[in-house]
Design a protein around this ligand. Structure first.
Ligand code: 1GP
Length: 245
């Protein structure tokens, strides 16, 4: 449980973490080298890999390229049960607890459990909460679920507490990739004070100021994908803002 234990000790010591999200559909293999170079320079804490669809077969190749050049952990953040690679270090075993689609609460988990059980991957059970980010997101469409309204902090809090009580090891609050509005800091603050497990926040974060505000509000890990796809150099400033705490 190397990766999860590391997250727990980082939380205890107030060391905040920054993850770069790589969507194999959006990032070309030829650009991965540059992202890795910047990731090393910025001491990025992990690469999350996944997307809503992933229609190409670059998953393994991207992971192998990362592994060849650095030892930054690679964590699968799967948009579907097909996004599995034994080359990664860990997998977020996502339960979409903000939604009411049984397939994404337990169905897919039953189907994939026997494969994951024998895999070398560290499996980290994660309560995934979709929060309304202003525009309909791919996740919302693909999962056939409604996100939690952006101003309903109490619903988010109760959902996160329920996830923690069910034994989930992480809570991931996501406004969805490319969200118009990232999650309100008031909601992040309310959720982070209500739970003891690490809190991941992502979706629509574009600036170091936003990343810092989320950290100050109680997020333990910040994930950015879209903004980095547009301007990879942002990795340096975003990671610095998060690591400064
Ligand atoms: C999406 O939380 C991630 O699932 C990251 O979102 O791509 O908008 O940074 P962005």
């Amino acid at each position: 449980k190397r990766i999860y234990n590391n997250l727990l000790s980082a939380k205890k010591e107030q060391r905040k973490k920054f993850a770069v999200l790589i969507d194999p559909d959006k990032l070309h293999l030829k650009d991965v080298d540059y992202i890795i170079k910047l990731g090393k320079e910025a001491a990025v804490d992990s690469f999350f890999i996944g997307g809503s669809l992933v229609v190409n077969d670059a998953l393994d190749e991207i992971i192998l390229t990362i592994k060849k050049h650095c030892d930054i952990p690679v964590v699968l953040f799967p948009g579907s049960s097909r996004q599995l690679s034994y080359k990664a270090d860990a997998l977020l075993f996502l339960s979409l607890i903000s939604g009411r689609n049984p397939e994404l609460l337990i169905g897919k988990h039953v189907e994939t459990a026997p494969f994951l059980k024998i895999s070398p991957l560290e499996i980290i059970s994660t309560g995934y909460m979709l929060i309304d980010g202003g525009v309909p997101t791919s996740v919302s469409y693909m999962s056939n679920t409604l996100p939690i309204p952006a101003d309903k902090d109490s619903i988010a809090v109760c959902t996160a507490i329920a996830g923690e009580m069910l034994g989930l090891k992480l809570i991931y609050m996501d406004a969805g990739s490319g969200a118009q509005r990232p999650i309100n800091t008031s909601m992040i603050e309310a959720v982070s004070t209500a739970i003891d497990i690490p809190l991941i926040v992502g979706g629509g974060i574009r600036t170091p100021e936003q990343a810092k505000a989320n950290i100050k509000a109680g997020a333990d890990i910040i994930v950015v994908g879209n903004a980095i796809e547009k301007d990879p150099n942002l990795i340096l400033e975003l990671a610095a803002a998060v690591h400064e705490g």
